[in-house]
Design a protein around this ligand. Structure first.
Ligand SMILES: [Zn+2]
Length: 134
């Protein structure tokens, strides 16, 4: 049985990061169907089956370059999302201790420590000076 399976899988793509993500999305859809009904439930069930079929097709595929390209696309998508989340996190962190203004001259974002009262800020990029209360 094991040998049969190995022979069957020979030369096939198998799983990668993207198939893991598909699986997780599928599980999320499955869980969501418990809390929905009507058209939304139908859509989620269809999405779930679609994802299941798609991930199996990928796994048993012999077209490695195409699967690899899909995975790369997924990874860069994931990285851009993670990057955005990290930036937002950083920004939220900074807002606790700093105020962020954009320069009236060039729209450059300028970070100023909070609680300094009225101060004159000069833009490091275009040298425009403006007064703000921090
Ligand atoms: Zn400026």
């Amino acid at each position: 049985m094991r040998e049969k399976f190995q022979r069957f899988m020979y030369g096939r793509y198998g799983s990668d990061e993207f198939s893991k993500a598909l699986l997780i999305t599928m599980l999320v859809c499955a869980v969501l169907t418990w809390f929905t009904n009507g058209i939304l439930d139908t859509v989620l069930s269809l999405a779930m089956w679609g994802l299941l079929i798609y991930s199996y097709v990928r796994m048993f595929s012999r077209n490695h370059p195409k699967r690899w390209a899909e995975n790369q696309k997924y990874l860069s998508f994931k990285n851009s999302i993670l990057g955005r989340i990290n930036r937002e996190k950083n920004y939220a962190q900074q807002r606790k201790t700093h105020k962020i203004y954009s320069c009236p001259g060039c729209k450059q974002k300028i970070r100023v420590p909070k609680g300094k009262g009225k101060i004159e800020i000069s833009c490091p990029k275009c040298r425009t000076k403006f007064i703000k209360r921090t």
